[in-house]
Design a protein around this ligand. Structure first.
Ligand code: GRF
Length: 273
């Protein structure tokens, strides 16, 4: 089959675990010609993720890496497994898994690496410019991240439903709402080895009104997510996400789009409407 590729379009692979409404927006915008990216593959960690159905409907190849099966495997001697990476070094570098038992930690990491090795094999066969996480609920180890974040490039993008560094983790909307915040936020960032700690690409906020319930807050936030993810991908495609180092030596980014402020205002106006 001949693959037609438009010049200047990014090749992105999207990872999902669940319903995939962000993925749907990206698929729709791509089909409408409003996304400077071709979604070359969608990979899920769960066979039942609805995001797969959305991708299949749009004619995008889908794959499953069954993390559950990998993580339930018995691994007696992790250091004797043939792995593409030094497990002890990985254990020193990783920042998220905690265990008082070093052997258990190695076992968990070994299983994770096996799953990630399959994932990398699939993703690389599509030669993606970026791997976009859209509700992918799995920890990514330094093995996976190091494979894509190389040569000063950051190639794994995540959308997080809170104004980082507040409320990292899996429950951004719930944590924001239960804390009594009067504004919620969305963050698009590159993924690094910490928990939602990578360089921030864009952030925006939405109001939380006194009579809101959790569901209203989530819906308002999601509407903002849909605008932001597509825009950030377009900025990446246009080379308008510049990397720079901030005074505290963190890697930082700067959007060079001359319309940046207009776009930022439009997101917030829409959220306030
Ligand atoms: C979104 O809230 C996203 O910010 C978070 O996971 C959720 C995914 O939702 N990382 P959906 O699957 O795109 O509907």
């Amino acid at each position: 089959m001949i693959q037609h590729q438009s010049p200047n379009k990014l090749r992105i692979a999207v990872l999902v675990s669940g319903s995939g409404t962000n993925l749907q927006v990206l698929l729709d915008r791509s089909a409408a010609g409003d996304l400077a990216a071709e979604i070359v593959a969608v990979v899920s960690d769960r066979p039942e993720a609805y995001g797969r159905v959305r991708a299949e409907r749009a004619g995008v190849p889908t794959h499953v890496v069954d993390y559950r099966a990998y993580l339930q495997r018995e691994v007696e001697k992790p250091l004797e497994l043939k792995l593409p990476v030094n497990l002890e070094e990985l254990a020193r570098r990783q920042k998220i898994l905690k265990s008082s038992d070093p052997e258990k930690l190695l076992q968990r990491l070994a299983k994770l690496v096996l799953a990630e090795d399959e994932l990398i094999g699939i993703l690389d066969s599509y030669r993606p410019d970026y791997v976009c996480l859209a509700g992918f609920m799995r920890l990514l180890s330094p093995y996976f991240l190091g494979h894509y974040n190389r040569g000063g490039q950051w190639r794994v993008v995540n959308i997080h439903p809170a104004l980082l560094p507040a409320f990292p983790g899996a429950h951004g909307y719930e944590d924001t709402f239960c804390y009594g915040c009067k504004w919620g936020g969305i963050t698009i960032h590159f993924a690094d080895e910490g928990e939602d700690t990578g360089p921030i690409v864009a952030q925006a906020v939405y109001p939380i009104w006194p009579d809101d319930d959790m569901e209203k807050v989530r819906q308002r936030g999601l509407s903002l997510e849909y605008e932001m993810y597509a825009q950030c991908i377009n900025w990446l495609a246009a080379g308008q996400v510049e990397l720079c180092s901030s005074p505290n030596l963190r890697v930082d980014t700067r959007i060079t789009d001359p319309d940046y402020q207009i776009i930022m205002r439009s997101w917030i106006d829409k959220a306030l409407a």
